[in-house]
Write a protein that binds this ligand. Sequence first.
Ligand code: ADP
Length: 354
Amino acid sequence: MPESTNTAITAIARNTSGASIVLDRITKTYPNQSVSAVDNFSMTANPGELIMFVGPSGCGKTTTMKMINRIIEPTSGSISIDGRDILSLNANELRRHIGYVIQQIGLFPHMTIAENIAVVPRLLGWSKSKTADRVDELLATVQLDPGLFARRYPRQLSGGQQQRVGVARALAADPPVMLMDEPFGATDPITREKLQAEFLRLQATLGKTIIFVTHDFDEAVRLGDRIAVLSDQSQIEQFDTPAEILASPANEYVASFIGHGAAIKRLSLIPVTDAELGPVGDAAAGTVTVNADDTLRDALDALVLTGLRAIAVVADGRNVGSITVERISTVLGADSLDSVTVGRGASGPAGEVS
Ligand code: ADP
């Protein structure tokens, strides 16, 4: 017998850490359009995974994502969360258990911050005291002092603070799945970097399953467990970890999306300790050091900045070895530049290094 809508939604809601999401051959053709916006898209997100959809404007990222909370209904195909077919459930009910954060934030201007965060708990019939406790807890989670912010209105907050409230609101009912549509896109670069770092810290403890849409490849590399590089009609050109995509782009399209500096971007994903460290004595004492949990990009930065040949690597206040440009290159497997073309010479003759 098919499961009732209520039972299925309750089961999805009960799982407050990540749920699996399976999209199976979903297609969306908008009315009066001859070409589908999304054509035959299949993907599985594992519980707790943060998956980035990256691709140029108009390629179908948002349409694909909005089919998961059924803001857009697929023309064909199936979608399940935790093994439950969500297309057969009540869409409004379902949406209360899927967090949703958008670039425009979408806070209600006439409601206080506390009221904005409490929208879904109220719809779910939570008691006043449980809701109030949750609001305070969430404001603290997104680093806003409840005493200062709960009773303010959205216009009294900066863009970055409003975006934090947007994240808090999406987390209100502790949904297993979050959909995020360019959530940090409208903020300035410094605020964006801060929000990204906070968000990563938050996700490390929450373990939600997240689909995150961006057109910014660097953001995808920084945040994603896996990245889906999409082209027109939401075709998956490559779906893999950031490190794997940077190391082995599947085709020219993916390579062009990575842009310049693939090697440097890779270094930012690799801890210093992945390199074979040199002897402690190779680095001049008392000079600049890097920490063992820094990345190879940090180490390279320090080497370039100081012009030193070797820099000491420190763990728990103790020198544990030294790092050089050669040792960093070895990690990347770039031991021969004979066939490597970098920078603007990408279309030039092989072997040219510009
Ligand atoms: P992205 O998020 O990658 O920018 P979208 O999913 O918004 O892409 O759009 C994919 C394609 O579908 C685009 O060609 C866009 O013009 C079209 N599209 C989006 N929304 C609608 C709509 N409501 N009606 C008709 N076409 C649409």
